[in-house]
Design a protein around this ligand. Sequence first.
Ligand SMILES: *Cc1c(COP(=O)(O)O)cnc(C)c1O
Length: 457
Amino acid sequence: MSKLSDILSNDLAQTDALLREVCAQAKQILAQLPTLPVGGGSPPAAPIAHSGGARAALNEYLTRFSPGLAASAGPRYFGFVTGGATPAALVGDWLASVIDQNATGSADSNAGALELETLALFRDMLGLPDAFNGAFVSGATMANFVGLATGRQWLGVQAGVDVAEAGLAALGPVRVLSAGAHSSTVKSLAMLGLGRQSLHRVAALPGREAADVVALAEALAAAPGPCIVVANAGTVNTCDFDDLAAIAALKDRFDFWLHVDAAFAGIAAASDRYRPRLAGWEMADSITVDCHKWLNVPYDSAVALTRHLPLQAEVFRNHAAYLRGEVEPGNFLQLTPENSRRFRALPAWFTLRAYGQAGYAGIVERNCDQARWLGEQIAAEPRLRLLAPVMLNGFCFAPVEGDAAALLDRINATGEVFMTPTVLFGQSAIRGAISHWATTQADMERVWAAIQSVLPD
Ligand SMILES: *Cc1c(COP(=O)(O)O)cnc(C)c1O
């Protein structure tokens, strides 16, 4: 009989002590997050010779890699759209690793039932009807992929072709219309074989990132057949919203699949103040909402929603004698790109049960108030220009004189905050988004002081 190696059996005997040590480390990291330099990136130290085992690996990791990590889980990391992890989400995430379920939806576990319950809580918080079938995927990119893949299958139905069986060649060229499609949609089009060139950019409203719906109607009228429309709820620079109700109303006149990318801004529907911005998204065919952004669960997590379960299953069907084949909500292996899946619903379930709609409305409204406050400071500072009104939780600005990239480097080098570069309306700019449950007004004042400290005299 073979037995565990000495190293593994030693680790097994040490499991309790190891978890205590990691717990102590986690406590220390969480306590330091508000004061650590926000940007990371120092190179790892040289490898350490050691005799193996988990404790040695932990020590090596702490020495070599831990110092170069970004404090992206902290309250002043404003790069991209980056949420932290609520305490309840963290509890769920730790447990997800410990119980290590393969959340395919198989009947051997009630993990699938928990995922369905989580999706119901999620729809309920966001005011979306039960007609949307949901599934957790790794991020908004994959949720966009699922929505567009299902839309591709729908286009096939319109043309009398089963694209999942016959392949794309049987369908011919596809037209995808969008004003502000996120780069991940473009990537998804490449992965789906539709091609990046299938995206036809529709004009935006003057000085906005939102679609000109009249121009969209013209593009639909000019298209040779049914199209996919990607509407955007929350663009990355200015957090702008397409007029989703007006776009959905075009379905009375034109045949198209409506996908709504609400990666971060979808969570704003938890707040009565911001839910009207999303009016009309309930008429979409598919929707993307990220969880590792404003829901503040740890990476990686998003929800893909569609109203077309059978079409979705035609795309993602995975036939095998030993797998459940039913096309029904909860049979996730038949509905998502993955077969084996992490139990991503668990951290989301914890945080939704712990804080609910009121908790998330509070986070959303606080972050939006904080972005507006910072926007006001920037607008009042003669050396800076706010490039667009603050519409939600993001802000976008540039120096009146000099280079935005150089100023961004100086701001990030303070270690007080981390923001990212962009180009808005042809101009280089600095952008940030506030999406953290624990960001306070004191954090905002620190960030503003850091920005001011590096402005030219
Ligand atoms: C972040 C983002 C994405 C991509 O999300 P990932 O979770 O990084 O895959 C897609 N669309 C929008 C609007 C986003 O903000």
